[in-house]
Design a protein around this ligand. Structure first.
Ligand code: HEM
Length: 409
């Protein structure tokens, strides 16, 4: 485990993080925030760790989300390149505005109401399965058997993916998102490219199938996007890549929200007790998990026109990484930021970003987190973490590889 000494912080390299960083990046975030809040990494990119500076980045119109320049050398002409540069999150207006408007409509609180009933049903069924798995005093990996299943089921049903095909989606999604890590092996690249190709083939066939057999579902996002394509407002590639993106955007992030939330609550007896006494504080517990253990730790922008963030000047082409995880523990914004406090108010965290790219699925993610965690703790009041869970080896996304729990207590 490397220590964030002043010299080590000066040399800090996000692409080659110090030993122990994945498990516990927070001492490094604190040191960077304090002494070098807009840190120049060895590859010339900048890492922004203070809350106010991150807000300035999100609100700066001289910054771009277009990743073509950045991803070309990383991915070459490949399916991963086409995918990541076609999804709305890595694009600027006007294309971004057009696709975002459609997804906002499909995922706004009013439209997702029918999804909540289905979510409650999915969660109840998964809990029944957990009862079986726990019987006989067995331990269960909550990531595999609960946290990851909820978002895949929800997004699959928004895209009307038949139940028997849903296992593939999780596999594809992890491989495609894994390819966004700062450093990649050839194997990760190959896996990611294969996943994009298989996923595209699958969706092409699904769109064709749904044309002859509409799902009739009240919130069929695939049908909404297909209608845009039919009206000439979305090319076929844009339709398919944005469906893939929806799954990717809502899968690992929400899995981590549920896994991290359960872990924080079981780890903090006071928080668990508060939730028992006042079940409505689940809302605060979700917000505090989003802040304290942000599922998405990093964001990126490229400077398109010369600009300033605070006192630092940036030239066009400069790469900026926003450190959401560090901003969300900035003592200048949050009182006692290292404390997990489900009654924290206000709690204006940046877990869903801010500005024109702020998360479109935030209402859905919050509801998934609330329904899943509340029902789980209600059904298994003696739920306990069996051993310290291994953190998934990713810098961008923060969550557990597995979370072994027992329910007997
Ligand atoms: C806890 C769960 C989630 C977290 C922490 C999260 C976080 C984020 C963040 C930080 C961004 C901004 C990216 C940027 O600035 O470059 C984003 C964008 C986005 N998210 Fe989420 N997200 C979550 C769940 C979801 C879900 C469930 C969906 C939909 C099913 C979704 C759909 C999107 C979309 C479409 C965008 C792109 C918005 C745009 O570029 O305008 N997210 N999300």
């Amino acid at each position: 485990m490397d220590e964030p000494t002043p010299q080590a912080v000066e040399r800090f390299d996000l692409a080659h993080p110090p030993a122990g960083f994945i498990d516990d990046p927070f001492p490094w975030y604190a040191a960077l925030r304090e002494t070098d809040p807009i840190h120049r990494c060895p590859d010339g990119s900048y890492l922004v760790t203070r809350y106010d500076d991150c807000l300035r980045v999100y609100r700066n119109s001289n910054l771009s989300s277009d990743k073509r320049r950045l991803f070309r050398p990383k991915f070459g002409a490949s399916p991963l390149f086409s995918h990541h540069t076609t999804s709305l999150v890595f694009n600027d207006p006007p294309y971004h505005t057009r696709v975002r408007a459609t997804l906002m409509e499909a995922l706004k609180p009013k439209t997702i109401e029918p999804t909540i009933v289905m979510l409650e049903r999915v969660v109840a069924q998964l809990l029944d399965e957990l009862v079986e798995r726990f019987s006989g005093g067995y331990e269960v990996d909550l990531i595999e058997h609960f946290a990851s299943r909820v978002p895949v089921e929800i997004i699959s049903s928004l895209l009307t993916v038949p139940v028997e095909d849903r296992d593939n989606l999780r596999r594809w999604s992890l491989a495609i998102l894994g390819a966004l890590e700062p450093e990649l092996t050839q194997e990760q690249l190959a896996l990611g490219n294969r996943a994009v190709t298989e996923f595209l083939d699958y969706l092409r066939a699904l769109v064709k199938y749904r044309r002859s057999r509409p799902s009739g579902a009240p919130n069929d996002v695939l049908a909404t996007l297909t209608a845009l394509h039919d009206r000439g407002e979305l090319r076929e590639a844009e339709l398919l890549h944005n469906c893939i993106f929806l799954l990717n955007a809502g899968h690992e992030t929400t899995t981590n929200l549920i896994g991290n939330g359960v872990h924080c609550l079981l780890h903090e007896p006071r928080a668990r007790e508060q939730l028992r006494e006042r079940p409505a504080s689940i809302k605060g517990a979700i917000e505090e998990t989003l802040r304290f253990a942000s599922p998405n730790q990093l964001g990126n922008r490229e400077v398109s026109e010369a600009t300033h963030i605070g006192a630092v000047a940036f030239e066009p082409g400069a790469q900026i990484t926003l450190c959401i995880g560090a901003a969300n523990r900035d003592p200048a914004q949050f009182d006692q930021p290292e404390r997990f406090d489900i009654e924290r108010t206000p709690n204006h965290h940046l877990a869903f970003a801010s500005g024109i790219h702020a998360c479109v699925g935030m209402s859905l993610a919050r509801i998934e987190g609330k329904v899943a965690i509340a029902a789980l703790l209600d059904r298994f009041p003696n739920l306990a973490v069996v051993r310290p869970p291994p953190v998934r080896a990713r810098i961008r996304f923060r969550g557990f590889e597995r979370l072994d729990v027992s329910a007997s207590g």
